[in-house]
Design a protein around this ligand. Structure first.
Ligand SMILES: O=C(O)CCC(=O)C(=O)O
Length: 297
């Protein structure tokens, strides 16, 4: 089980919370919220600097092609020099708006590297999800002036994406569709044709961020851009009370233990009381305070 409490402490994680300062958050603008709510997705160009893009590309290449050359606790797409992506200020600003304003109520539940190219002839067109969904894992609701979203996908595009040539395709508004639902098997087949007219996609420079509610109907698409392949890191976050994906082998206790302590918390287990209690006990221990009986983490 890849939970916080089973993580192994490695040399990279010895910094304490106190000396790492308060995590930075860049809030969504009102206009971004206005767009995200009805459409269910957003594309934010040029989020990473050139230097950051190079660092992430280099780590991704090594992780994909020669994972054994990395230390064991760096064998994952979002660790080592790249762990800043986990709680990038732009990402936290979005997640704290669409999942929960409290950082400790957000879990990171899945990650993978997406590579597509003109040479890869496997059909990438596999539409999934769509329709108003009240299951907690994929739900999306607007209530009392704020969004309560479930699984939220962050896509870091590390190479240029040319519009219509292989980026993710999405049906805007489909997370709010009332008359058809993927989970009930009533999504109209004709809408899933790539040329049905309901699909939207994007073009963006390397280093851009795409975010979508997993409740939106979406699919990968065939890469037809001969100038560069797709190289992207896709991360799924969810509310701490639910879990959709099984634990990813690349986010095992050794890897999680190699993260800085605040980032390890994104991999806590799916409960609130236990996590809160453990946080309090760990804080007391870090402050050198005595623990009362039964307060073991
Ligand atoms: O690879 C893509 O473009 C789409 C990814 C996807 O289908 C998903 O995140 O569920």
């Amino acid at each position: 089980m890849n939970t916080l409490n089973t993580a192994t402490i490695s040399p990279d994680s010895v910094q304490t919370e106190q000396n790492q300062g308060v995590p930075q958050v860049q809030p969504m603008s009102d206009y971004e919220k206005f767009l995200f709510d009805p459409k269910g997705f957003l594309v934010i160009p040029n989020v990473l600097t050139d230097e950051e893009i190079e660092t992430v590309r280099e780590h991704t290449q090594t992780y994909v092609k020669k994972p054994e050359s990395l230390p064991e606790h760096h064998r994952s797409p979002i660790v080592g020099p790249v762990e800043f992506l986990i709680d990038h200020p732009r990402v936290m600003g979005i997640l704290q708006e669409v999942i929960d304003p409290r950082r400790e109520r957000i879990r990171l539940e899945s990650v993978f590297v997406s590579r597509r190219s003109v040479e890869n002839t496997n059909n990438q067109w596999r539409p999934h999800v769509g329709g108003m969904n009240l299951d907690p894992s994929l739900s999306y609701r607007f209530h009392n002036g704020r969004i309560y979203g479930g699984m939220t996908r962050i896509v870091w595009e590390l190479n240029e994406v040319v519009k219509g040539q292989g980026g993710t395709c999405l049906v805007p508004g489909s997370h709010k569709a009332n008359l058809a639902s993927a989970q009930d098997g009533t999504w109209p087949q004709q809408a899933d044709a790539p040329d049905s007219g309901v699909w939207e996609t994007y073009g963006c420079p390397a280093g851009s961020l795409v975010v979508f509610s997993e409740g939106v109907r979406h699919t990968g698409s065939n890469w037809t851009n001969p100038s560069n392949p797709r190289c992207a890191i896709l991360i799924a976050y969810n509310h701490v009370t639910v879990r959709f994906h099984e634990p990813k082998p690349c986010m095992n206790p050794v890897v999680i233990g190699g993260l800085s302590h605040p980032r390890q918390k994104f991999f806590g287990d799916v409960w609130i009381l236990g996590n809160d209690r453990r946080n309090k006990v760990n804080k007391k221990a870090a402050n050198g305070e005595r623990q009362t009986e039964g307060e073991q983490p």
